[in-house]
Design a protein around this ligand. Structure first.
Ligand SMILES: [Fe+2]
Ligand SMILES: [Fe+2]
Length: 169
């Protein structure tokens, strides 16, 4: 049985993962509206990944005999000034999520909840990848700059991304 504070915090993180998915889906819609379908594809897959992260928290709560409690997901931002600004936002958002995961690990350690700490280590590793991939694309967007050709080439590259369900990992 999970500690009440741990249960509440894991439910909160489930909500934050769903919000991340909502934010990236809003970015997908923005890019599709900008005639950058490859960027839109990358964001759609990012949104799917965030939903799968949320489901990891959902499944863990169920596994521990705790109640999953869904709460409101706020409206995400709708517009960004440029692809560069959007990817700066992605990178900042992922760094913020890393902070939330670290806080959860701190709580698990404080409560001597080794099982939850172990569960959370997957997310610790995942956030390293999330930050790496966000900052990597941010760099490419910076290099592409305002050049239509650069953005077009990058759009082609981002169109190649496919979703790998966590079970495949
Ligand atoms: Fe996530
Ligand atoms: Fe993420």
């Amino acid at each position: 049985m999970l500690d009440d504070k741990m249960q509440e915090s894991l439910n909160y993180q489930l909500n934050r993962e769903l919000y991340s998915g909502y934010l990236y889906l809003a970015m997908a819609a923005y890019f599709e509206d900008q005639d950058l379908p490859g960027f839109g594809n990358w964001m759609r897959i990012q949104a799917q990944e965030e939903l799968s992260h949320g489901m990891r928290f959902y499944d863990y709560l169920v596994q521990r005999g705790s109640r999953v409690l869904l709460s409101e997901i706020e409206t995400p931002q709708k517009e960004w000034d440029s692809p560069l600004v959007a990817f700066e936002h992605v990178y900042e958002h992922e760094q913020m999520v890393t902070g939330l995961i670290n806080d959860l690990v701190d709580l698990a350690i404080e409560l001597k909840d080794h099982a939850t700490n172990n569960f959370l280590q997957w997310f610790v590793a995942e956030q390293v990848e999330e930050e790496e991939s966000a900052s990597g694309i941010l760099q490419k967007v910076k290099i592409a700059g305002e050049s239509g050709r650069g953005l077009y080439m990058l759009d082609q590259e981002l169109a190649q991304r496919v979703f790998h369900p966590p079970a495949d990992e």
